[in-house]
Design a protein around this ligand. Structure first.
Ligand code: GDP
Ligand code: MG
Length: 354
């Protein structure tokens, strides 16, 4: 009827042009988009997969903990991570150049622990702002000669807000001015009562410089991981989060991704934020090429169309086409979001002028 009113005499099995079709659709308040219905269905299926998929209890298996190191500047975060890495370097690896991928894995009593190099603050603020939670626990480094400082308190608050367990490492115990009791008192003032004072906060004295107490600290990490009962389903398409990403001159967009669920494989079509592509190669924290990455594995991946952002969600999808479609949809959403915030901004600007 509509077609006839528009002067197009067509029967039910006749083909009409996209333009005419759009006109009819708009009469009913719909916008016609070029493409097959299969695309739409595929998109919907993927949306469901990304948003709602919940793991069944019986599919879950134990996974390694992912840990960040936080603390005030100069209290020894970098030194502690170095010390942790070095205690774990096997003699065959010693001297070898380990490629930096933004995360490291160490073995503690035969169990894997993943450390993110991103300063904990960043991991918590930028990642959480984007709805991503990447860490299972935080090590709070407090220098024994300096005590609780502003960024220490900030770190405590981040961990509390994210509901992430904290292990305190009182560092620099080798220094003459070291005073562990003062640190414990200041922690208590912040509501963190350490175990030997009758509380439940695990606290380990260490010297990152002299590599003392590192083993005990790592054992405590495993203990907390055990209590948290960290689990994931390795038998599904991978989901994870971008830890960091950059454009490499020779290799193109490179992203370090923490696989959090499922298993990522070379050849998998993926979406990372608004970027899409196919995993061309994966490099683990030891700088070795790998073909698969299971839950709680950080890998550098090559093959993305553009550089994603830290905190972006990564998902493996059924097909290249699906990857492209999801990325396009996300780009469109990002543009709309930006437009909205620009409008909000200009309104704010307007009011600030008054
Ligand atoms: P970050 O800013 O928290 O990453 O701190 P760094 O790891 O860069 O350490 C800051 C300074 O403290 C450096 O000069 C380190 O050598 C020193 N440092 C770190 N750990 C220790 C330690 O256990 N003992 C001593 N004496 N110095 C340390
Ligand atoms: Mg540092």
């Amino acid at each position: 009827m509509k077609l006839m009113k528009m002067g197009t005499m067509a029967t039910i099995n006749q083909e009409i042009s996209f333009e005419i079709g759009s006109l009819v659709a708009s009469e009913y308040g719909f916008e016609l988009v070029e493409g097959s219905t299969n695309d739409e269905e595929e998109l919907e299926a993927i949306d469901a997969l990304i948003d709602k998929e919940e793991d069944k209890e019986e599919d879950l298996v134990k996974r390694p903990p992912v840990v960040t190191v936080m603390g005030h500047v100069d209290h020894g975060k970098t030194s502690l991570l170095d010390a942790i890495r070095k205690t774990n370097v096997t003699s065959s690896e010693a001297g070898g150049i380990t490629q930096h991928i933004g995360a490291s894995e160490v073995m503690v009593n035969g169990e894997k622990v993943v450390f993110l190099d991103t300063p904990g603050h960043e991991a918590f603020t930028s990642m959480r702002a984007r709805g991503a939670q990447v860490t299972d626990m935080a090590i709070l480094v407090v220098a024994a000669d300096d005590g609780i400082m502003p960024q220490t308190i900030e770190a405590i608050n981040h961990a509390k807000a994210a509901n992430v367990p904290l292990i305190v490492a009182i560092n620099k115990i080798d220094k003459p001015g070291a005073n562990q009791d003062r640190v414990k008192q200041e922690l208590a003032d912040q509501g963190l009562l350490v175990e030997d004072w009758g509380g439940d906060v695990i606290c380990v004295p260490v010297s990152a410089l002299k590599r003392e107490g590192i083993d005990t600290l790592l054992e405590m990490v495993l203990l907390v991981a055990e209590m948290e009962e960290l689990k994931a389903n390795p038998n599904k398409r991978a989901v994870g989060t971008v830890i960091e990403a950059q454009l490499d001159k020779g290799r193109g967009p490179v992203a370090t991704v923490l696989v959090q669920g499922g298993t990522l494989r070379v050849g998998d079509p993926i979406v990372a934020g608004v970027a899409s592509g196919k995993v061309r190669a994966m490099i683990n924290s030891k700088g070795k090429r790998v073909k698969v990455a299971e839950p709680s594995t950080a890998v550098e991946i090559l093959g993305l169309s553009e550089v994603p952002q830290g905190g972006d969600q990564v998902v493996a999808v059924p097909s290249d086409k699906a990857a492209r479609l999801v990325a396009e949809k996300r780009q469109q959403m990002a543009r709309e979001e930006m437009l909205k915030s620009n409008q909000r901004m200009s309104l704010d600007d307007f009011f600030s002028q008054m």
